[in-house]
Ligand binder design. Sequence first.
Ligand SMILES: Nc1ncnc2c1ncn2[C@@H]1O[C@H](COP(=O)(O)OP(=O)(O)OP(=O)(O)O)[C@@H](O)[C@H]1O
Ligand SMILES: [Mg+2]
Length: 267
Amino acid sequence: MICLKVVIKLGGSLITDKSKPYSFRKEVVIRIAKEIKRAIDEKIDLVVIHGGGSFGHVEAKRAIDIYGRISNETISPIAFSMQELNYMMTSILVSNRIKAVSFPPHSLCVNLCNIGERFSCDLKIVKTAIEKGSVPILFGDIVYGDNFCDPAIISGDDLALMIGSYINAERIIFFTDVDGVFLELGHPETILKEIRLNEIDSVIKKASIYNNVVDVTSGLLGKLKKTYQYLSTSSSIKEVWISNGLIEGNIYNLISGKTVNGTKIIP
Ligand SMILES: Nc1ncnc2c1ncn2[C@@H]1O[C@H](COP(=O)(O)OP(=O)(O)OP(=O)(O)O)[C@@H](O)[C@H]1O
Ligand SMILES: [Mg+2]
């Protein structure tokens, strides 16, 4: 059997209700855990990332409103809100017999602001965890600034792509609460089923992409820009998917190498 390497990012729009602070979708996550378990029983190396949803994004927005920026004063509340969400996520995965082990990104990454907002992450331990049969779980987080730099928010989208290229994953999958990328959200016929790397720029210009809920890492626009960045440099990543994790079966099917209704981005 071929062993696939897959990174999934369970978006905050899927695992929480982004319009209500601190609202966790427990029943949805229980169903997701069952789909993940079914897929990894088919010998798939998997890394799970989750987003901030109405936990981290809300705390980060609050910090920006109070202090005007992400400062050292804001690290503890933002990090804590994400660890609360991560604890709930990890508990559900573990109780569904998934060997999930959590790696908080604030202990792996720093913000190197002198070369733009770029992160340096020591991901060796994540690779080791996979080799030992664990399912590493990471999340969008706040990370310390190196030297004189301010801390910064690293998105789960960024981490999913970064880890995917580091471990040579074939597939990166973003699960959200919508079916994929639409030219016009709410108009199902405008879904973009396949986007080539060299078309991402024109999709960004053509599609009406909005960010009406709190998302300090630029929502879908950030996802598409990061996908462009990593897909241009990674030789292993064959497909980046954006799909609806609320539809039963999508998570199992995409992790196990099948296709579903959604948007596939290819090199
Ligand atoms: N043209 C569009 N096509 C598809 N989705 C869109 C479009 N415009 C806006 N969106 C929104 O993008 C959202 C997905 O991106 P977003 O970053 O907000 O979610 P997420 O990644 O699940 O959350 P988090 O950042 O908390 O992990 C969808 O919930 C959808 O409402
Ligand atoms: Mg987002």
